[in-house]
Design a protein around this ligand. Structure first.
Ligand code: NAP
Length: 488
């Protein structure tokens, strides 16, 4: 596919106060295609001064934006939803070029990501308050919700569109201005998102986007500015913890969508074919680079052989290649570091005694490809039992009892997603209550949905995105006490 016409139209600067501009000193950085290492284009590499310009623009726009009618904000989001759909083919092509996932999945992400704009366009006009009497009867308490103020939004590379819309959508709906720092590996999709919002009528200064070769260089000044009132971060637990420490210094509201390490439980009464399909989706979607990816597959002994064999057949037959080529089912990993990390986890497990049913190694040639892999006989000390793999590798461990399954599933500091396959409803619900996770897929390998409160427990984060509570993360509660002169 020739991307030249799309790239020629693409804006690649900093987007501050409604204008595209160069970084201070004209500094740039390259964006590469992980399928072949080629340079797609260059983008602005912001300085600290550029970052301060962005947060100042958000500050200056805040009062006017908060005063707009909810309907006006809703309609901007709704128009942006339509524009994302109109531009879906171009956005998906760019997303695949910079991130690697197969084109069909990128199109799926555009549809999924756009849905957050439609959802929050509907939420914008439903923010409500309350009216109560004080306990002594002497006051009326009028309780309302107000935008929290300028927000810092930081997104990862694995879902370059949806991680942005899941934050920008509720911030716009609530009446907050924002500064966004997309991942440096996948900024181009964010630029196309900005253009859609601008064309939809978003006023200058409401959304400001800064890219940089150093996240710290631009984010730390935002956190220390005293202007930002909220941070919403999606990424690794390690970076999230650091940002929470910085947020504490300025007493900022925080939403943290952090690392995952999802267990995938297959019980002895499961529909095995459905469980295999669920595992393929939960493991292989996004090349295995999803925070919700099934990381540890626990299968009850009587069905383990059948499940492992069928899963290896399905995963072993998946077509690996450049995501822009028709028919590709698994693309490259995002960069050399990610490829090396996955290879190291697999080598360590195999070296310690794991059996390779399919895959197990890097794919020779250009690009960062790892063969879709299924492993069994995973030794107790294999690192991939405890670490997030973030690649197309499915390690299968067997168990005997329900109690053992729960102990294995909960034996991690993470608690984002979990999956459970069983045809016994009572057993499934009893087990679901015992699993420590923010989201559980019961007989399904997909939990993400704009109507659902997405988020985790334990080290997987704080707060929820999407759903009816998603907008609350961008609102503050206020009440006005009014005396009742007729009180006794
Ligand atoms: P990451 O290294 O934490 O990076 C995420 C974002 O934070 C990027 O924009 C990155 O910028 C920025 N960043 C890095 N260091 C920073 C610092 N010191 N201060 C401020 N910002 C900083 O994570 P990743 O490798 O991109 O993404 C993978 C992780 O995200 C996985 O653990 C995955 O589970 C998690 N994730 C979670 C969810 C969820 O909803 N819970 C969703 C998707 C992914 P640069 O690009 O410039 O490094």
């Amino acid at each position: 596919m020739d991307l030249t016409p799309i790239i020629e139209k693409l804006k690649t600067g900093l987007f501050i106060n409604g204008q595209w501009r160069d970084a201070e000193g004209g500094r740039t950085l390259e964006v590469r295609n992980p399928a072949n290492g080629s340079v797609i284009t260059t983008i602005a590499d912001a300085s600290e001064a550029d970052a301060l310009d962005a947060i100042n623009a958000a500050r200056d726009a805040q009062a006017g934006w908060a005063a707009t009618a909810p309907r006006e904000r809703a309609e901007i989001l709704r128009r942006a939803f339509d524009l994302l759909h109109e531009r879906a083919d171009d956005i998906a092509a760019i997303m695949t070029a910079e991130m690697g996932k197969p084109l069909a999945e990128s199109k799926g992400e555009v549809a999924y990501g756009a849905e957050f704009f439609r959802w929050f366009s509907e939420e914008a006009v439903r923010v409500s308050g309350d009216f109560v009497q004080s306990t002594d009867g002497k006051n009326r308490l009028m309780i309302s919700k107000e935008p929290v103020g300028p927000c810092v939004l930081i997104t990862p590379w694995n879902f370059p569109l949806a991680m942005g819309t899941r934050k920008i959508g509720p911030a716009i709906a609530a009446g907050c201005t924002m500064v966004l720092k997309p991942a440096q590996l996948t900024p181009l999709t964010s630029f196309m998102l900005v253009e859609a919002l601008r064309d939809a009528g978003l006023p200058d200064g409401v959304l400001n986007v800064v890219t940089s070769s150093s996240a710290r260089r631009v984010v730390t000044p935002w956190m220390e500015s005293g202007i930002a009132r909220k941070i919403s971060f999606t990424g690794s637990t390690e970076v999230g913890v650091n940002l929470m420490k910085q947020a504490a210094e300025s007493v900022m509201k925080t939403s943290m969508e952090l690392g995952g390490n999802a267990p995938f439980l297959v019980m002895d009464d499961a529909d095995i074919d459905a469980a295999v399909e669920g595992a393929v989706l939960a493991k292989m979607r996004n090349n295995g680079e999803a925070c919700t990816a099934a990381n540890r597959l626990y299968v009850q002994k009587p069905v383990a052989e059948e499940f492992s064999r069928k899963l290896a057949e399905r995963i072993g037959s998946m077509k690996v290649g450049d995501g822009l080529v028709d028919g590709t089912q698994v693309g490259p990993l995002v960069d050399q570091d990610q490829l090396d990390k996955v290879a190291e986890l697999v080598d360590q497990a195999v070296g310690a005694g794991a059996t390779v049913l399919t895959g197990g190694k890097k794919v020779e040639g250009d690009g960062f490809f790892f063969a879709p892999t299924v492993l069994t006989d995973i030794p107790e000390d294999a690192t991939l039992r405890v670490e997030e793999i973030f690649g197309p590798v499915a390690p299968i461990v067997t168990f005997e009892t329900d109690d053992e399954a729960i102990e294995l599933a909960n034996g991690t500091e993470y608690g984002l997603a979990a999956y459970l396959f069983s045809t016994d409803l009572q057993r499934s619900l009893d087990l679901s209550e015992r699993i420590e996770a923010g989201m559980i897929g019961l007989n399904t390998g997909l939990v993400s949905n704009p109507a659902a409160p997405f988020g985790g427990v334990k080290h997987s984060g704080l707060g929820r995105e999407g759903g009816t509570s998603g907008i609350d993360e961008y609102l503050e509660t206020k009440y006005v006490a009014v005396p009742r002169t007729n009180a006794k």
